[in-house]
Ligand binder design. Structure first.
Ligand code: HMG
Length: 414
């Protein structure tokens, strides 16, 4: 049965901090952030915005664009590691804000950045098994990446949400059933209950990511092996490769590792390719990876949403050219769990390629470091939306330990 992503929509907070300015304020050469990490700017959420309002804004954009009646959604999954309550799921607030019907399975998923893929795979399996009875699943990945001010992780923050309609008529990506997973209990990145900012063993987290990539890709390739000739690399068969991207340089490191594993497993060509591996990797990075990094370089890490922001931005830019072509996707969540899977861009992808990424990024207000620090300290306090707010929903405040949400005034007027 054909199953996949019918359509995507993106929401990114309306405020952007250029990383060159952050570098200057922290006394670091700007090139360390812009070239060393590959980040241009990062999205900052104002105090009236949390993961619920971001997820609902992406979901509302999606339902409107796809002309889907919220009553017809049979499963609503929200993947996040920025949860707002230890028991009450983000998904149930979103369920109310979007007006989804009561005959719906609703829950939140958590496994660091991997949860977005966990939700997509759960929804795809549900559709394949016929659980939806012709109803579709709405999957939303949303997060605010926060590290302590002045810490090494600070330039790898960001915020955003991606909503995906999962069903039997995929017009954005047909998701292949064959996937490969990898899991290991590691302390590379974590956020103990009660802490707002994540703790991270940064360099170790990069190693864990690459180890998990090797584990999933080796397993996936072993399954694919009979389809490949002895002198073929799987990466050559994939038109684009998308990686979970905490910062763009991580995708570059990941691609280097993947290409090496891939060619080493093709012994008939390894003697020829091995000595020029750096050139082979650099060339395929330019064509297969760089096009998917445009948006993440301007948004930063969006944890669960990161891989899907890459997908949305790639389809928006190249959906028509990629029609009928296969993509490889690697998802990593600290802690850790990872998955490598593939999907094909359908022939009519052009009709749904507009996920709203460019439009969202164009409308952003550029802020300085003082404003960023003010917003970071006040985050999730609730209140009136500041000038330039682009969200559809706001967090009014938290009273008696209860979060109160409503529609943004601009959205009400629209
Ligand atoms: P750091 O100590 O700031 O940076 O930490 P560095 O000293 O390693 O430098 C970074 C790069 O800049 C290096 O390049 C330097 O050479 C280069 P590399 O050697 O790696 O290719 N550099 C320069 N380049 C140009 N001009 C210069 C210059 N100076 C240095 N003047 C680190 C970097 C990523 C560790 C830090 O930012 C951090 O801890 N980030 C958070 C953790 C993270 O993002 N980990 C990624 C893998 S884990 C993951 O993806 C999961 C995650 O998304 C969470 C989840 O699953 O929920 C994080």
């Amino acid at each position: 049965m054909t199953v996949g992503i019918e359509r995507l929509a993106v929401y990114v907070p309306g405020y952007a901090l250029p990383l060159g300015e952050l570098a200057r304020a922290r006394g670091v050469p700007p090139e360390k952030m812009t070239q060393g990490l590959g980040v241009e700017s990062m999205a900052i959420a104002p105090p009236c915005e949390d993961v619920v309002t971001m997820a609902a804004s992406a979901g509302a954009r999606l339902l409107r664009a796809a002309r889907v009646d919220p009553e017809t959604i049979g499963m609503l999954l929200v993947a996040t590691e920025t949860g707002v309550d230890n028991a009450k799921p983000v998904a149930i607030f979103v369920h109310e804000l979007l007006g989804v019907g009561r005959r719906c399975r609703v829950y939140e998923l958590k496994h660091a950045c991997y949860a977005g893929t966990a939700a997509l795979m759960t929804a795809a399996d549900w559709v394949r098994a016929g659980g939806g009875k012709r109803r579709r699943a709405l999957v939303i990945a949303a997060d605010i990446a926060r590290y302590a001010l002045g810490s090494p992780g600070e330039p790898t923050q960001g915020a955003g949400a991606v909503a995906m309609l999962v069903g039997p008529e995929p017009k954005a990506l047909v998701v292949d059933a064959e996937t490969a997973t990898y899991a290991d209990n590691v302390y590379d990145f974590w956020r103990p209950i009660g802490r707002r900012e994540a703790l991270v063993d940064g360099k170790y987290s990069v190693e864990c990511y690459l180890e998990a990539l090797g584990g999933t890709f080796t397993a996936y390739r072993a399954g694919e092996q009979p389809l490949l000739g002895p002198g073929e690399a799987l990466s050559d068969r994939l038109a684009r490769l998308l990686y979970h991207t905490p910062f763009p340089k991580m995708a570059m490191k990941a691609h280097r590792r993947l290409v090496e594993i891939d060619w080493r497993a093709a012994p008939a060509r390894w003697a020829e390719v091995g000595p020029v591996l750096e050139e082979v990797t650099a060339a395929s990075y330019r064509t297969a990876v760089a096009p998917g990094l445009e948006a993440v370089a301007r948004v930063g890490n969006t944890y669960t949403a990161s891989l899907y922001l890459c997908l949305a931005s790639l389809l928006e830019a190249e959906g028509a050219a990629l029609a009928g072509r296969r993509l490889g996707l690697f998802s990593y969540g600290s802690g850790c769990c990872a998955e490598f899977f593939t999907g094909t861009v359908p022939a009519d992808a052009t009709a749904v390629a507009d996920a709203g990424v460019e439009e969202m990024l164009r409308r952003r207000t550029v802020i300085d470091v003082a404003e960023y620090e003010r917003l970071a300290r006040a985050s999730e306090a609730g209140g009136e939306p500041p000038p330039g707010f682009t969200g559809e929903f706001v967090l009014h405040g938290i009273r008696n330990d209860r979060r109160e949400y409503g529609r943004a005034r601009a959205a009400l007027a629209a």
